[in-house]
Design a protein around this ligand. Structure first.
Ligand SMILES: *Cc1c(COP(=O)(O)O)cnc(C)c1O
Length: 472
């Protein structure tokens, strides 16, 4: 492809994206295809000869688009938000245009230094401790795995790296039963073993029961085991529960356990000073976290993927990852940050560019207004559902997430009724919701967080839910 063709299709594709964003509400939120539809339509081998861009773009429209679920649709209330924005998209184009690999300082000094500065901005904007140093990873799952590995090494006095198996066999890890599945996955992948993972029960408010955590830690110590890694969740994925960071942090200090905070979704709301109650205890002499993950790709308009891992002690952290073969030594080794020592991958995309574009183009004021707006819309909707005689609010809004169910008087088997309601809503296509369990009851989960969402969308969504419920 020459420069002329690149320009022509580059402009065409920017127009295509702009048009898509303008017209997104004309699509059903969730894709309506069946398993195998796209596979059946695609050739089984790559083309031998070059194809024209027009043919590729035509297939984009006819083959790919029907299989897209529209995550940027204002009525996407499923899972958690993963909001994109025009400035982030433009930055992604520029990062691809440069095509650099920021594996270490020398391979593109600006990639390293922009990441450092932008993450200082983010840390301060979220009100996190000045001692925190950030690094961008692809997802919270990777960020948490990195924390689990660093905790394993600190807990084994860095012997895990030397002798493997036996040095880490006694280490134990802890997290709430409400914690995201990525916590258990990280613990298993980091080699603690399922037998040494302690899922801790959660109380009615969704937070881990600290007395149970304390008992589990003490029982492990009395068995000769070494508690090494604990995860506190702020904003659990199913229902948005919050763990008591201060109480958990105190326990972790006493027992020298690496405390990792999973705030992948809720962490973005820390740009609001009124929501900083959730990090009480993150930085006290007797209670502090060692690491924390926040995903700007969820609620801060930074197109997927951009997950930020903050760590308190970069030296303890990077010791778990640094390996320095001869071919990676440079004149600056030791004097600069080489982010290849901050994670699993060597190669690194220029992800800080999109966060920089977003923070500058919106400013913290607009980002705060957006998140405040989501929280207000969620509260308002929850109140309307609560007031309706045929619906029950099952969890009060936690930030912008709540759960409800349909419970018309005299109806039997509410679990089945609500499953049918959810299926019908998602087939209808006006809005997209997902499910959760609340005290064993089938619940419908409503997660608010699109950047183009207005009160009118909420009205339309609620009207549709009521109308569909009446047809059941
Ligand atoms: C979304 C989420 C995750 C997983 O995030 P990925 O970036 O998709 O790995 C983990 N923990 C919590 C609390 C989340 O909300």
């Amino acid at each position: 492809m020459n420069s002329e063709e690149f320009r022509r299709y580059g402009h065409e594709i920017v127009d295509w994206i702009a048009h898509y964003m303008d017209e997104i509400e004309s699509y059903p939120v969730r894709a309506r295809v069946s398993p195998g539809d796209l596979l059946a339509a695609l050739p089984t081998a790559a083309p031998e000869q070059p194809e024209p861009m027009d043919a590729i773009l035509a297939d984009m429209n006819t083959l790919i688009m029907p299989g897209i679920t529209h995550w940027q649709h204002p009525m996407f209330f499923a899972y958690f938000p993963s909001i994109s924005s025009r400035p982030a998209i433009l930055a992604e184009m520029m990062a691809a245009g440069l095509g650099v690999n920021g594996m270490m300082w020398e391979t593109s000094p600006a990639v390293t230094e922009l990441e450092t500065r932008v993450l200082e901005w983010l840390r301060d904007a979220l009100g996190l401790p000045k001692a925190f140093h950030g690094v961008i990873q692809d997802t919270a799952s990777t960020s948490t795995l990195c924390a689990a590995l660093a905790a394993r090494e600190r807990g084994s006095h860095y012997l895990g790296l030397e002798t493997g198996g036996a040095a880490i066999a006694n280490l134990t890890a802890y997290g709430s039963v409400e914690a995201h599945s990525s916590i258990e996955k990280a613990v298993l992948l980091a080699g603690y073993g399922r037998a040494n993972f302690r899922p801790i029960a959660a109380g009615p408010d969704g937070g881990l029961i600290v007395a149970d955590l304390k008992a589990a830690i003490e029982a492990d110590i009395s068995q000769g085991l070494t508690p090494a890694f604990c995860v506190a969740t702020l904003g659990a994925t199913a229902l948005g529960g919050f763990d008591d960071l201060k109480a958990i942090g105190t326990l972790c200090r006493v027992h020298n356990i690496w405390l990792h905070v999973d705030a992948a979704w809720a962490g973005s709301a820390l740009i609001l000073p009124e929501e900083r109650w959730m990090i009480d205890g993150i930085d006290a002499p007797d209670s502090r976290a060692d690491s924390m993950v926040v995903n700007p790709h969820k609620w801060l308009m930074t197109t997927v993927d951009c997950s930020v891992l903050f760590v308190r002690d970069p030296e303890a952290y990077t010791r778990a990852f640094s390996i320095l073969p001869e071919y990676l030594k440079t004149a600056e080794t030791g004097q600069v940050t080489d982010y290849r020592d901050w994670g699993i991958a060597l190669g690194r995309r220029f992800r800080s560019l999109k966060l920089w574009f977003v923070l500058r183009r919106y400013g913290l004021a607009d980002l705060r207004a957006m998140i405040r707006g989501h929280i207000a819309l969620a509260k308002d909707m929850a109140a309307r559902i609560d007031a309706h005689p045929d619906f029950d609010l099952l969890t009060d809004p936690r930030l912008a997430l709540f759960a409800f169910r349909y419970s018309p008087s005299g109806a039997a088997n509410l679990d089945d009724l609500n499953q049918r309601l959810l299926t019908a809503i998602n087939q209808d296509g006006t809005l997209y919701l997902t499910r959760a369990k609340v005290d064993g009851k089938m619940a419908i989960r409503w997660s608010v967080g699109q950047n183009n969402l207005t009160a009118a969308h909420m009205d339309k969504a609620w009207a549709r839910v009521q109308a569909i419920a009446q047809t059941l």
